[in-house]
Write a protein that binds this ligand. Structure first.
Ligand SMILES: [Zn+2]
Length: 217
């Protein structure tokens, strides 16, 4: 019981998070970053492990991974193209302390790196504004940018593609895909439905289809 309780406490942050990946459209805009040597080292080490099994393994030195204190707390990571990725400082801090959040960080990094290796930021046709039943307004101020900057989201298909590719990186690293599934299940258990381009139920369905193990369901 105590273990279950600790697990639940571990989800206090998970309750608030999803994986929103956005492209900041204005090249002039600079997303505010946070300097935190201790957790930056953890994030870069984990990112390097994933990049080393990706299509970008020859381009490791070109990656720039930043920490950002996104004003909107359910933003975990963001890929903006040119191998630049922003990771939530809050998530990184928790990952240094808790196993669940370390795996959530690994999932987020794998997903964001997959956006980069696929070149999603360069494919403007796939970008779209939020639509659908879970649509809500994402403003530039949510990610610490000035109000005049426009942000746009990757399409849901690109999000699913990043999940699928990210899971492949996990497999190449020998990381258990059931953990990826369980993270999405935790979102579902907390009634976190996601949003128009990150519907938890569909992400979970697709992850389970790839990760066919009996106790993943
Ligand atoms: Zn994404």
């Amino acid at each position: 019981m105590r273990k279950a309780k600790t697990w639940r406490i571990g989800f206090l942050f998970g309750l608030m998070v999803s994986q929103l990946c956005l492209i900041a459209c204005s090249t002039q805009a600079t997303i505010p970053t946070v300097s935190d040597d201790l957790v930056e080292s953890l994030v870069r080490t984990e990112a390097a492990r994933i990049i080393s099994v990706s299509e970008d393994k020859q381009h490791l030195s070109e990656y720039h991974i930043f920490l950002s204190a996104f004003p909107r707390k359910d933003v975990l990571g963001m890929s903006v193209g040119n191998r630049r990725i922003y990771i939530s400082h809050e998530l990184a801090k928790l990952a240094a302390k808790r196993s669940f959040h370390l795996w959530l960080l690994r999932q987020t990094l794998a997903h964001e790196i997959a956006h980069e290796t696929a070149g999603h930021a360069r494919q403007s046709s796939g970008a779209s504004f939020l639509r659908g039943p879970f649509a809500r307004t994402m403003s530039s101020t949510d990610i610490g940018l000035p109000a005049y900057v426009t942000v746009r989201n990757y399409s849901a298909e690109k999000e699913f593609e990043a999940d699928a590719q990210g899971l492949q990186y996990w497999t190449r690293l020998g990381w258990d895909c059931r953990i990826w599934v369980r993270i999405l299940q935790s979102f579902e258990k907390q009634n976190y439905v996601g949003d128009g381009v990150h519907p938890t139920a569909e992400r979970l369905r697709r992850a389970k289809a790839v990760c066919r193990t009996d106790d993943a369901v």
